[in-house]
Unconditional design. Structure first.
Length: 336
């Protein structure tokens, strides 16, 4: 039964939401040869994340995933909407109150080299948050740094080395250590494994799962590879051109996606069995992803959707509950 009054931010299956995102919009004004234009990076996004869970956020490059993550941690201001962390509206915080909130909300960045200062030693990089928030100094800070380096699988004796002396996987562990050193509650992981080799990706994902269990962390895990997101996530939110088109439990999205775009993403995930892989036919999309400066009317996916009909270009489908805990924005959900 459809319950249009229930939104992903008020999903009754989320018993104790740590974070609620309500109708968040992020537009970037941009100049051009034909005057001012607006990039619709994030448009009317709502979701909730339960204490201790991992919500995966997946979609094609350029769909607004990273922008949403940066808006949630307030590295960029929202154009409109609200973000509630423990019932505190982060969009209203300024100055010292916002700075203090960052002790509980941290971010792991995509590029493990660009996000580390090449002129600072690993010890200084990891201890910098402790100094900034006056949590620890001197010998106490050194002990904390060595402890967190052990936890993420790095040799504490490497504190005097510089980022360029480490591999990509080790540099990402340094980034995780820096985010972890303040004992946060919530982490946004912005494509933390996309720049790494496949074998190293598995190590980092396993490390994040171990840390979640050990420290009761809550994750928003952003990636463009559905296979990676599916492995680590309890629930998955699928994003297309600035909008969430489906949210649901990871297993349910794998076994029976409701939105045609999710079905397309699932069909592109390789199957380990060579016989099944040979017999499988991925669903191919027509055309390129439209520009976020001029997104299609109504359903933004209708220009590429294999089951689109006239109503799809005329009426925007709301992101509404189709089943308990499952939301989809499609007039013909589950019909592909």
């Amino acid at each position: 039964m459809q319950q249009s009054a229930v939104t992903p931010a008020t999903d009754p299956t989320i018993k104790s939401p740590l974070l609620r995102v309500e109708n968040v919009v992020k537009h970037f004004p941009t100049g051009g040869a034909f005057g001012r234009a607006v990039v619709h990076a994030v448009d009317d996004v709502s979701l909730a994340i339960q204490q201790g869970e991992t919500l995966g956020l997946v979609g094609e490059s350029g769909c607004g995933k990273s922008t949403l993550g940066r808006v949630i941690v307030q590295l960029q201001p929202a154009t409109s909407g609200h973000i509630y962390f423990k019932d505190t509206d982060l969009t209203k915080l300024r100055g010292e109150k916002l700075r203090r909130m960052r002790q509980q909300v941290q971010m792991i960045f995509q590029d493990p080299y660009a996000s580390l200062n090449p002129r600072m030693t690993v010890g200084d990089i990891v201890s910098e948050p402790l100094r900034n928030f006056r949590v620890a100094r001197g010998r106490k800070a050194e002990q904390k740094v060595q402890e967190v380096m052990r936890v993420v699988g790095l040799n504490p004796g490497f504190v005097n080395r510089y980022p360029h002396e480490f591999s990509g996987g080790q540099r990402q562990r340094i980034g995780i250590a820096r985010a972890l050193v303040l004992n946060p509650t919530f982490m946004v992981a912005d494509e933390p494994v996309s720049a790494l080799d496949v074998s190293i990706q598995a190590q980092i994902v396993n490390l994040m799962e171990d840390l979640q269990t050990q420290f009761n962390l809550t994750y928003l895990f952003i990636a463009h590879e559905l296979a990676v997101v599916r492995h680590i996530s309890d629930r998955i939110a699928v994003m297309y051109l600035g909008k969430i088109v489906e949210i649901g439990p990871s297993d349910a999205i794998r076994d029976r996606p409701l939105h045609p775009y999710t079905k397309v993403l699932e069909s592109s995930v390789p199957v380990p069995d060579p016989d099944l892989e040979a017999a499988r036919k991925p669903i191919l999309l027509k055309g390129e992803i439209p520009s976020p400066v001029n997104p299609p009317s109504a359903c933004r996916f209708h220009t590429r959707c294999p089951i689109a009909q006239k109503i799809c270009s005329e009426v925007e489908p709301p992101l509404e509950m189709k089943e308990s805990g499952r939301f989809a924005a499609c007039h013909f959900a589950g019909q592909l």
